[in-house]
Ligand binder design. Structure first.
Ligand code: ZN
Length: 142
């Protein structure tokens, strides 16, 4: 796929050197995500304290988009409130689905995935970790 070079570099860099890779010890939530269309798998674990995502990690395998997306996501949501994480989920989903203009100003490296909307088969890859996060957040709200 032909993404903007800078964006491609960010994605490959995260794919080769994933951040927050592994599992959180004594996690509050563990979510399994699978994308059968591409063979991507991910296990997301996180700890939430006082409404803040204090720790988050992922393990998995699959294509560069799916794994890099998980890596960037964990970096971006760590330390954020559940509400902020949910907002990022909504922004990111809208962006990769190409549903209208999204303000990427607060999105940092997440913006690297905006080219994905031109590749419908890749949208599921980019959203795998985010959909797992959404389930985790919903599960955590009592
Ligand atoms: Zn994939």
């Amino acid at each position: 796929m032909e993404l903007d070079n800078l964006y491609q570099e960010i994605i490959l860099e995260h794919y080769k050197h994933p951040r927050n890779h592994g599992a959180v010890t004594n996690a509050d939530v563990i979510i399994n995500g699978k994308n059968p269309f591409c063979g991507d798998e991910i296990v997301l674990s996180l700890k939430v304290k006082d409404n803040i995502v204090t720790e988050v990690a992922f393990e998995g395998h699959g294509c560069a988009i799916s794994q890099a997306s998980a890596s960037v996501m964990t970096e971006q949501i760590k330390g954020k409130s559940l509400q902020e994480a949910k907002q990022l989920f909504e922004q990111f989903t809208k962006m990769v689905k190409g549903e209208g203009d999204v303000d990427t100003e607060n999105m940092d490296e997440l913006a690297a995935f905006q080219g994905v909307c031109d590749y419908p088969t890749r949208v599921k890859c980019a959203l795998l970790s985010w959909n797992a996060l959404k389930k985790a957040l919903e599960g955590n709200q009592k």
